[in-house]
Design a protein around this ligand. Structure first.
Ligand code: ZN
Ligand code: ZN
Length: 177
């Protein structure tokens, strides 16, 4: 759905849409939309800026930062956003730097794709790192075993390298006995 400034200049737009999993591109390999994304919003033109206000709801599947198992995260995010027209020849990143408030968005040319607004809002709603549960034990750095499901033997068999010379001395001493 394209939010065209010419249309918005005429009337406020009411949006109620559902985006099936796979129809939005989040640009993130370890993020999958697990349920339809539902959005209710209104869009209007206010002094040349596109004003979008509403809320979205969905569920996404992420990867646990410790054990790499899938984690379902519920996303419910209200938003109230303004997008300014991007001056000709300017890059969005450069324009953004002029403002302290990084929440300012820009649109280029005739308007803005709603999908871009939504995917950005979903990404902003998610924590930097997710874990499947607070006591997730993660993977063994040695053998890669998922320690939530199995005990690996690495820990019990590993010898402290600093103790190796002592162990050798003890062996030799035992042999001499
Ligand atoms: Zn985990
Ligand atoms: Zn192990």
């Amino acid at each position: 759905m394209f939010l065209d400034v010419k249309d918005l200049a005429v009337r406020k737009l009411r949006i109620q849409r559902s985006y099936a999993p796979g129809s939005l591109d989040y640009g993130a390999a370890d993020l999958k939309q697990a349920e339809p994304l539902e959005v209710r919003a209104s869009a209007e033109l206010v002094e040349g800026q596109i004003h979008i206000e509403g809320e979205l709801q969905t569920k996404v599947e992420l990867v646990c930062a410790r054990c790499l198992e899938p984690v379902i995260e519920e996303v419910h995010r209200p938003f109230d956003l303004y997008y300014r027209p991007l001056p000709k020849g300017a890059k969005p990143e450069e324009e953004r730097l002029k403002y302290d408030d990084t929440e300012i968005g820009f649109y280029q040319g005739e308007g803005l794709f709603l999908a871009e607004v939504l995917t950005e809002q979903v990404l902003l709603a998610l924590p930097m790192k997710v874990i499947c549960r607070s006591d997730c034990r993660g993977l063994c750095p040695n053998c890669g075993a998922n320690l939530n499901h199995e005990e690996c033997r690495c820990e019990t068999h590993a010898t402290d390298p600093r103790l190796a010379p002592l162990a050798r001395l003890k062996q030799e001493w035992l042999k001499k006995q």
